[in-house]
Design a protein around this ligand. Structure first.
Ligand code: 6LW
Length: 505
């Protein structure tokens, strides 16, 4: 006998089934760590050599995220030595809420090692660093019922620390190194019922990335591996999402479990290229026989019950605010003398602090490229200076569209080679510059990067040379405005995705 189809009650309609698209935070947003306070979720990511550091996001539904600041927004929190280089600086942070405060612990691999900062409010201000004399990366924070503070680090080792002074009180004790794959790292400790769970990543952050789990009665161990590990990996599959790993767990107010994790979306001919860095994905977690279970991470997934879309960030920045929006980042440092929003009101004025984007020290203010297909446009008044738009992975991998002396030029810097690819005279005064990325017509390149001046195309370049597979490292593309001689003024900057996302029902 056929069963009746489910009929929605017209008086008390059920919550509509909704789906979301992964990644939930696209672009260079790796090593996500998440916590919930009441009905609010907060999430942080690694930032490496960029200032300000550690972007922090807010959400009410784990799906829609809005950046509310940067945790490390003062140079005193983010010392970087003169010889700091790309993909060094700030590695994987952990964010927790405990005892009415927010706690963020992370590593400055270029200076000082592990440290924590605290804040009353997630948007800050965050304290100056409390340095912790504990080697290793990817520090975690967890408290037991006796008020002890436990810090797990890569390896994996666990220490009891005084979070007020940073002193190590016990350990570090060897904990659990996973199933034998390389780089057991990204530990997070959770107390669930009578057990302590230790979630880690192993296999390395590339295609072999995995998530594994163990449990123990106390943070001191002994740790017992889950009967089936890894609990998540996409290694060896043809899934469009690859490198799944470096995860953190969170519960909803209803008690459902979710995981945030990093993964990549490689494109192009074998071996594939990922150009947006490692991005933040969301996936549901079940529990079976006392162990967390996670399916493959999907591009489109059924959402957690609640649905709280946030006002999307305006695509265009007119630079008529008192301070730069939190999305704007600069390599290594952003000295006050390098930029101004008041010098020419309504414009972002950049003063050159270095002669070339090929070396640290140049003035560059950019934002992460978050979509495979996108368009970044800006109005530039080059004055007597030299400046433009650049899409960069690091000093040795960037494409620039710049204006100087009445000419616009496209310059490609790929490893040891620097080449002027195209050039065209431009009329004096303001120009509109545009950089586009789009899927290639034939398989091969991950994308094509186009350069346009006043609506006319100058060149289109293969995007693979601005990928992690070519440049190496832990970051992703950042598109920004720069000045390498004199002063360049930007009236506005507009960033828009040009891809199609699946409809959200
Ligand atoms: C991070 C490590 C990792 O410290 O890459 O994917 C390193 N995971 O856990 C840099 O993001």
């Amino acid at each position: 006998m056929a069963t009746n189809p489910t009929v929605l009650d017209p008086i008390e309609p059920r919550t509509a089934v909704r789906f979301y698209d992964n990644p939930v935070i696209g672009g260079f947003h790796p090593d996500p760590s998440v916590c919930r306070v009441g009905e609010d979720y907060y999430l942080v990511c690694s930032s490496f050599e960029y200032f300000p550091g550690v972007p922090i996001f807010h959400s009410r539904d784990l799906v829609h995220w809005r950046q509310i600041g940067n945790v490390l927004d003062r140079p005193s929190q983010l010392p970087l030595p003169a010889d700091a280089s790309a993909s060094r600086g700030i590695y994987a942070p952990t964010l927790r809420h405990h005892d009415g405060r927010f706690w963020l612990i992370t590593t400055n691999v270029s200076a000082g090692g592990n440290f924590l900062v605290t804040a009353e409010r997630p948007e800050g201000p965050w304290s100056d660093p409390v340095w912790i004399d504990l080697p290793g990366i990817d520090p975690d924070l967890a408290w037991d019922d006796d008020g002890n503070c436990w810090c797990a680090v890569s390896g994996v080792r666990v220490a009891r620390i005084d979070p007020g002074t940073g002193r190590v009180l016990e350990g570090p004790l060897p904990a659990w190194s996973g199933t034998g794959l390389q780089h057991p790292e990204a530990p997070h400790l959770y107390r669930v019922g009578d057990w302590w769970y230790l979630l880690i990543a192993e296999g390395g952050t590339e295609r072999g990335h995995t998530v594994s789990v163990a449990r123990a009665g106390t943070p001191r161990g002994p740790w017992e591996s889950a009967p089936v590990n890894p609990i998540l990996t996409h290694r060896g599959t043809d899934h469009p999402i690859q490198s799944t790993g470096h995860a953190d767990l969170v519960t909803t107010p209803d008690g459902d479990w979710w995981m945030v994790l990093l993964a990549t979306r490689p494109r192009g001919f074998t071996p594939g290229f990922h150009v947006l860095g490692r991005e933040t994905f969301l996936t549901p977690v079940g529990w079976v026989d006392g162990w967390p279970r996670v399916g493959p991470v999907k591009l489109t997934e059924r959402a957690p019950g609640a649905w709280h879309p946030v006002e999307p960030e305006p695509s265009r920045d007119d630079f008529d605010t008192a301070d730069l929006a939190p999305r704007w980042i600069s390599p290594y440092t952003r000295p006050p003398e390098s930029w101004s929003l008041t010098h020419r009101p309504g414009w972002l004025t950049l003063h050159a602090t270095g002669p070339t984007l090929d070396a640290p020290g140049a003035t560059f203010v950019g934002r992460r490229q978050q979509h495979p297909d996108c368009r970044a446009t800006a109005r530039l008044d080059p004055g007597a200076g030299r400046g433009g738009l650049s899409v960069r992975l690091d000093e040795a991998h960037h494409y620039d569209l710049e204006v100087v002396d009445g000419h616009a030029a496209v310059i490609a810097r790929i490893g040891p080679v620097r080449q002027r690819v195209a050039e065209r005279p431009v009329p004096p005064g303001q120009v509109v510059l545009m950089i586009t990325t789009r899927s290639p017509d034939a398989p091969g390149a991950p994308d094509l990067v186009g350069f346009h001046v006043n609506g006319e195309s100058l060149a289109e370049l293969d995007g693979r040379y601005l990928s992690t597979e070519v440049a190496t490292g832990f970051t992703g593309r950042v598109i920004g405005m720069y000045a390498t001689e004199g002063t360049a003024c930007f009236d506005w900057f507009d960033y828009e995705p040009t891809e199609r996302r699946s409809p959200q029902i």
